[in-house]
Design a protein around this ligand. Structure first.
Ligand SMILES: [Zn+2]
Length: 281
């Protein structure tokens, strides 16, 4: 069985409140399942001031990227700057609805996406465990069942993470970003490492976001995706953010799913792809 996994990292409240519902509706149309790695913590570092946070959101435009404000719109940008909400906690019902529909919910970091992005390499084992436990506690509190999948914010994967995760009940780590990877890998601690292997080129921004910024329309994205799929073999994993994909990239995403199905892939969660790979070996 060939698996194509759409892996969405829900970093902000808008990913959960606006992006995920759009993606769940799209998945329902096709009868497919996605994996969502959800940030149960805050998006920004609280130590930065409100004004600074807002400036950062508004000005975060790099060549080939859209500023967060342009993506989010003014209202949601203000919510992020003023409240810095815990992304996953703004709508636990959406996470439960995703699970009920067969999608996978994984953990995306700990108390704060930005702190993990910039400091996780320096954290002690205790700190790292505490951060992950904080996400697990938040999920439990809102009746979101145990998850076995983890992905680090901004691909910042501290070396001791692999030793820690199995003891906390995790079986899948999706921190590898490698266009050349063709299979999942198993490490000695019992984790299965799932690579994100469909990439839009240099940089680690979302696939759809990057290609649409380059000017590709839905047809262009679908053609690019078809070429990528042809080069991947049994496992294809592509990544984006729910808000971008669900609000700005929906027609292109629809075309990508159609391509994957047309190329004989099953569009499934990482967990399903890993279960299939493990049953083969
Ligand atoms: Zn993230």
């Amino acid at each position: 069985m060939k698996h194509c996994c759409f892996r969405f990292d829900a970093d902000t409240h808008a990913c959960v409140t606006r992006g995920m519902p759009a993606l769940l509706a799209l998945a329902r149309e096709f009868g497919v399942r996605f994996t969502f790695f959800v940030n149960m913590g805050r998006g920004f570092d609280r130590r930065i001031t409100l004004a600074k946070a807002f400036r950062r959101i508004v000005s975060r435009a790099r060549p080939g990227h859209i500023s967060a404000a342009a993506k989010l719109g003014l209202r949601d940008s203000l919510v992020v700057a003023a409240l810095n909400p815990n992304a996953g906690l703004v709508s636990p019902a959406t996470l439960r609805a995703a699970l009920d529909a067969g999608h996978e919910i994984g953990v995306h970091g700990g108390r704060n996406h930005s702190q993990w992005e910039h400091h996780a390499q320096e954290w002690s084992e205790e700190r790292l465990r505490d951060e992950i436990l904080s996400s697990l506690r938040a999920m439990r509190k809102h009746s979101i069942p145990e998850t076995t999948s983890f992905a680090s914010p901004a691909w910042n994967s501290p070396p001791r993470l692999k030793e820690l995760l199995p003891a906390l009940g995790f079986r899948i780590l999706a921190d590898a970003y490698d266009a050349a990877a063709t299979e999942v890998a198993r490490d000695s601690a019992g984790l299965t490492l799932v690579p994100t292997n469909i990439t839009p080129g240099p940089g680690r921004a979302g696939y759809l976001e990057t290609l649409q910024m380059r000017g590709l329309d839905a047809k262009g994205v679908a053609a690019h995706f078809r070429n990528e799929l042809a080069a991947k073999g049994r496992l294809a994993v592509v990544y984006d953010h729910p808000f971008y994909a669900g609000i700005h990239g929906l027609p292109a995403l629809r075309a990508m799913i159609a391509e994957a199905l047309d190329c004989g892939f099953r569009v499934s969660t990482l967990k399903e792809a890993v279960a299939d790979a493990n049953s083969d070996s």
